[in-house]
Each structure stands twice: as C-alpha cells, then as structure tokens.
Design a protein around this ligand. Structure first.
Ligand code: SF4
Ligand code: SF4
Ligand code: SF4
Length: 231
C-alpha cells in the first residue's frame, strides 16, 4: 500500500444507506479523510481522480449492465474490494425484487461487511484494520449471542419466528431488543446451526421453508435449501 491508502467508494443499485453511514461518522470523518487518499466518492464530492486504488468499498447489488461495468472496472483497479451492506454481500432487497445479485457472483471479493445498513462501528473497525495493513475479521457469532448478552427474553418463547441464531452478529441484537424478531438483515452467520434452529422452530409450527423464506428476504441465495451457508 502507498503511504496513504488510495480509497474509492462506489454505489451500484442501492439506497445509498451504507455510504451515508460513512458520511454520518461525523466525529471520525476528518481523521479518516486525513489518513486516506480518497480517489472516488461520487456521493460526497465532484473531484474524483480515480486511477489505481488500494481499497474499494462497493455498496449495492448488480441489477443492470452499468453496475457490472462499474464493478469490473473497480475490480481491475483495486488491490482489495470490500462489499459493504447486505445488498452487495448477499443480493439484499434487489434480490427480492427478482434481479439483484451479490457482487461476489461477478468478481472476487476480499472482505464483506453485511448490514442494512452497515454498522458504523464495524465500518470504523474495518478502516482501522486496513490502515494498519490488515484485513478486518469477520464477526464469528450470531445475533443470538448479542441478544443473550443483553438479557432479552427470547421471542421464540412467544411463538415468533426469529432468525437470530442463523444471522451474522454485529447489530447488537437491535430488533429483538425492541421486541421485534430478527429478519436476518445481516445475512448468514459464519457457521449457522440450521438443524438446531429448524428443530426449535418446528416446535412452534414453522417449517424449514418458513425459515428459508424469511431469511431469503435479505440473504437472497445465501442459504441452500438444506440451510447451509452459500457464498
Ligand atoms: S444493504 Fe440496506 S442500506 Fe445498504 S444499499 Fe441495501 S437496502 Fe440500502
Ligand atoms: S429473540 Fe431471537 S435473537 Fe434473541 S435469543 Fe431468541 S432467537 Fe436469538
Ligand atoms: S433484522 Fe436481525 S440482523 Fe438485522 S438489525 Fe434486526 S436483529 Fe440485527
């Protein structure tokens, strides 16, 4: 990497929520801008010299040829490509609309930060690791662990179909902490125990199809029909 890492931030088909997360890092933004050579961030400024990049952050799913063209161009210029947001990582809501695909289906992705939108803390941790020349670490635990740490009453006991055990942690169990069952917006956990989740949910009358259908809202094809993580 050059002295100041050359960074580019790009959006494919998306709502721009993940790019906004970066812009909303108000307390840290000046330090970030001082530490990197920002080569492209169309949403934030008009002078974008582009060229070779050390790291490209890409938000959004691929839904059209212009997305694919931009993605291919970015991949050819970037040392590392980081997918930001569930649309980029798993297809997300554009997948649900029937035509969005995760960027890893088109190019090699070096690291993924899921979330709809991504969590500020995870983005800052990733930037910090990259500035030190390291790749960030994928969080190894599911939402259920964070939910347990917060001492929430489990919504499964209320008969709700909560996908926290299969979903990547990092949001601090935001929804169950407000009494709302997890819909899996962060995509698959690293090593989801689908069999166990299926057995528990079966007690409340839910079928494997019910679980996979709920997870597919954000994960797209992130789970096989046997419940294994794909991608
Ligand atoms: S993951 Fe969520 S916040 Fe990010 S682009 Fe997709 S819909 Fe928007
Ligand atoms: S409420 Fe959901 S996230 Fe919390 S422990 Fe139960 S299944 Fe896991
Ligand atoms: S849907 Fe699940 S993963 Fe997404 S914010 Fe809510 S609890 Fe977290």
């Amino acid at each position: 990497m050059s002295a100041k890492p050359r960074i580019g931030i790009y959006g494919l088909t998306s709502c721009a929520g993940d790019q906004l997360t970066l812009l909303n890092c108000e307390d840290e933004l000046l330090a970030i801008l001082d530490a990197v050579d920002l080569r492209s961030f169309v949403m934030a400024h008009s002078a974008n010299p582009e060229g070779e990049l050390d790291v490209a952050f890409v938000e959004g799913a691929v839904t059209q040829q212009s997305d694919l063209d931009l993605l291919t161009d970015v991949r050819s210029r970037a040392g590392l490509v980081i997918a930001i947001g569930t649309c980029a990582v798993w297809g997300g809501l554009p997948y649900l609309a029937g035509k969005g695909t995760a960027i890893s289906q088109h190019i090699q992705v070096d690291f993924s930060i899921p979330g709809c939108p991504i969590e500020k803390s995870q983005l800052l941790n990733a930037l910090s690791a990259l500035l030190h020349g390291d790749l960030p670490l994928e969080l190894p635990y599911p939402v259920c662990l964070e939910c347990t740490i917060r001492e929430n009453n489990c919504l499964l006991q209320r008969g709700e179909i909560c996908c926290g055990s299969l979903t990547a942690g990092g949001c601090g169990a935001r929804c169950p902490s407000h009494g709302v069952a997890c819909m899996g917006c962060r995509g698959s956990a690293l090593d989801p125990n689908y069999q166990s989740a299926q057995q528990i949910l079966a007690k409340y009358g839910y079928t494997p199809e019910d679980i996979l259908q709920r997870l597919a809202l954000f994960s797209g094809e992130g789970f096989s029909k046997e419940g294994e993580r794909v991608g």
